[in-house]
Design a protein. Structure first.
Ligand SMILES: Nc1ncnc2c1ncn2[C@@H]1O[C@H](COP(=O)(O)OP(=O)(O)OP(=O)(O)O)[C@@H](O)[C@H]1O
Ligand SMILES: [Mg+2]
Lengths: 353, 343
């Protein structure tokens, strides 16, 4: 998917402390995060961040705890003010916005889903889901109707008049999502939205999000510290570490070409067969020359797992890769097997023997 | 010869002291006593602390401590007229409200008052059992002919607690929004809370005439407003930061946030403050009978003054009953709020 750039972040720095501007000079001069903290008592939150997020994409920002994910996403709607840098939404400089215009942005263009749900305990589920409309001054009767429709859509029909404390965590987060959807904003910010849920519910919620996204085509910024979740949801993956971007790009590409030991660590114990897709490892077709000995066709978006099942484990097979029925490439099973082994493992093996 | 002569001699201040001596400085009680006997050497274990009086003995220029007391009094009397000029008209409405409330509570016949009280209890607590309990308590007080006194006490508490909430909640909100405001207010609250109730009756008696209701009204409000202010401030500061962040992210204005999020979420704490405020009003309204507050406290005072043991004990029981009623009702209202919003 290649939509327009919806959100652009350029050379963004965030430093926490009493004199961030002075500390910024040190950072620009090359002082590291640990030194900045020890010598100058400032925390380097974000370091020279450059990201473009495309319309209708799910951009996943991944990193370990403390890597600055929450800090980054809060710059998009200016819950946190940057120390230096630019944030553009729809080509407009968000940092130049006055109070009123900023409030408009938060009300109409962006809605947020929180790790701890952040529902209002004294309001019913429907009133909670309608909050985003209520703040704009929509009358109660109207926002309750919209909220009801979205609650229905996320699978909470019939719970409108319950209170949040009467619902399970998974259901509460569905309310959180319904609340964000009710606002009808084109951008959704999700800060570890599923991290507080148990694994099964979590998978359900991921499926729900993907299903909704198929219809709604929102621009979603999703934060997680879980690689499986990132790979499942991401159209585009941004990996943060200690406040700077280690690598960004298409998830399959990062998985196959990690450019940093940090990422290799991350990706080494992932089930690659389930995550990688045929398109990432096929050989594109040069005009016309279809191999005669192909054992059948596979779809370009099939996972390697499916393909292995098809081949019965025979590595001598090769397949014709099709997109919507037309051949676009060739897949050799030997290439597939190679792709299953993370580079770290092969290198480690090479060094050893 | 005074004990501290050596001090002034040593510092070379003797001339200065003597120059200031008028000869007829008012004698302190200690002087009078000392004059009786011959000046004996004080044994070392009676060596006096260098207090104002002890120093004055050695040097007439040092003020006696009673001069200090007098200065405070003079100072207060000097600003009294100004204070009164400002405070009197400002607080006049309080007198009117109190007089009006007392009038209404006394004039309303019991068969009107009972249903009204029952309705109030029901609205606040939605508990039929509690209505029964409250009615029984008031009926008992009426049965032993203390109804009128109890109603006077209730009237004063209603007015004062209402005004406490009216002023206390906004002050608490202001405190929760600004750390500076909080730092400035807390010492005042601490002082109001630690001053023994009798002590701040004293300046009030000088400022206002004892026959005016606002005298005890102010005393009660000053004493009882503290918890509602504190707990409003605390409640709002304790509101979950995540929820506040969510409210910001939806583009709520400060006003929407205050009324839609902060106050509702702080409500359990605010209600706990109101409960304490009401209980403290009750405590103070009894003491305020010293300055002509009507109600059950008057009977207690009579019991003490005339050693009428029975009168004192029965009215004390009445106060206990009122306290239980007020506490139960406000606690039940608080529980009802809490039940609707478990985490
Ligand atoms: N208000 C603040 N003052 C000082 N330092 C802060 C502040 N907020 C965040 N930080 C620091 O910035 C860094 C990034 O924090 P952030 O909350 O963005 O991490 P995160 O990636 O979201 O982590 P997690 O997965 O635990 O939520 C951390 O080192 C943190 O200590
Ligand atoms: Mg975070």
């Amino acid at each position: 998917m290649t939509g327009n750039v919806k959100i652009a972040i350029r050379s963004l720095y965030k430093i926490f402390g009493h004199d961030p501007q002075a500390a910024l000079e040190h950072v620009r001069a090359g002082v590291s995060k640990t030194d900045l903290l020890e010598r100058y008592g400032h925390v380097l939150g974000l370091h020279d961040i450059n990201v473009e997020m495309r319309e209708s994409d799910i951009t996943v920002i991944m990193g370990l705890s403390g890597s600055g994910k929450s800090t980054l996403i809060r710059h998009l709607n200016r819950l946190i003010e940057p120390t230096s840098g630019e944030v553009e939404v729809d080509g407009e400089d968000v940092l130049a916005y006055g109070e009123e215009r900023l409030r408009m942005l938060r009300r109409e263009s962006m809605s947020m889903v929180f790790q701890k749900f952040a529902l209002l305990p004294h309001r019913t589920v429907a009133e909670n889901a309608g909050t985003t409309l209520q703040v704009r001054g929509v009358r109660q009767r109207d926002y309750l109707k919209d909220a009801g429709a979205w609650l229905e859509r996320v699978g909470l029909g019939g719970y409108e008049n319950h209170y949040p404390h009467q619902l399970s965590g998974g259901m509460q987060q569905r309310v959180g999502i319904a609340r964000a959807l009710t606002s009808n904003s084109p951008i959704m910010l999700m800060d570890e939205a599923f991290s507080a849920l148990d694994p099964l519910i979590r998978t359900d919620m991921q499926d729900l999000l993907l299903e909704l996204q198929k219809e709604l085509h929102k621009t979603i910024v999703f934060i997680t510290h879980d690689l499986d979740e990132a790979l499942k949801l991401a159209d585009r993956l941004v990996i943060l570490k200690d406040g700077y971007i280690v690598q960004q790009g298409e998830p399959q590409h990062i998985l196959l070409n990690p450019n940093d030991p940090y990422i290799e660590d991350f990706v080494s114990d992932i089930n690659r067969a389930r995550v990688l897709r045929v398109r990432s490892i096929m050989t594109p077709l040069n005009s016309g020359d279809l191999p005669r000995d192909a054992h059948g066709e596979v779809d370009i978006n099939d996972t390697l797992e499916n393909t292995i099942a098809r081949s019965g484990g025979d590595t001598s097979h090769s397949y014709i890769v099709t997109r919507d029925g037309t051949p676009v490439g060739v897949l050799e099973m030997t290439n597939l097997v190679k792709a299953l082994v993370p580079r770290v493992a092969t290198e480690a093996g090479a060094r050893k023997y | 010869m005074a004990t501290y002569d050596f001090l002034f001699d040593g510092l070379g201040l003797r001339d200065w002291c003597d120059a200031g001596k008028t000869g007829d400085a008012p004698l302190s009680m200690a002087d009078l006593l000392a004059k009786g006997g011959a000046a004996t050497d004080t044994p070392w274990w009676e060596f006096p602390f260098p207090s104002l009086d002890a120093l004055n003995e050695a040097c007439g220029r040092i003020a006696q401590s009673r001069d200090m007391t007098k200065a405070v009094e003079d100072g207060f009397l000097a600003i009294k007229d100004v204070l009164r000029f400002v405070l009197d008209p400002m607080t006049q409405p309080l007198s009117w409200i109190l007089e009006f409330a007392l009038l209404v509570f006394e004039a309303a016949p019991w068969w009107v008052m009972f249903p009204i009280l029952m309705a109030v209890v029901y609205i606040a607590t939605k508990s039929v059992r509690l209505i029964g309990f409250v009615t029984a308590c008031i009926a008992f007080l009426a049965f032993i002919d203390h109804y009128g006194f109890a109603m006077q006490t209730l009237a004063i508490i209603f007015v004062c607690a209402f005004l406490c909430v009216l002023f206390g909640v906004p002050i608490g909100i202001a405190m929760s929004r600004s750390d500076r405001m909080q730092r400035m207010t807390i010492p005042v609250l601490d002082m109001l809370q630690t001053l023994p109730p009798f002590v701040y009756l004293i300046p009030l008696i000088f400022l206002f005439s004892v026959t005016e209701p606002k005298l005890y009204g102010i005393a009660i409000i000053l004493y009882a407003i503290v918890p509602v202010i504190r707990l409003t401030d605390l409640g709002i500061r304790l509101v979950d930061r995540d929820v506040i962040e969510a409210a910001d992210s939806f583009g709520m204005t400060d006003r929407q946030k205050l009324f839609g999020v902060q106050i509702p979420l702080a409500l359990p704490n605010i209600m706990a403050g109101v409960n304490q405020t009401i209980m403290m009003s009750l405590a103070m309204v009894v003491i305020a009978s010293l300055v002509s507050a009507p109600g059950l406290g008057v009977l207690v005072l009579r019991g003490i003054r005339n050693l009428e043991l029975g009168v004192g004990l029965i009215s004390g029981l009445g106060i206990v009953l009122l306290a239980i009623v007020l506490d139960r009702v406000t606690k039940a209202a608080l529980d009802r709020v809490n039940a609707a919003r478990k985490v």
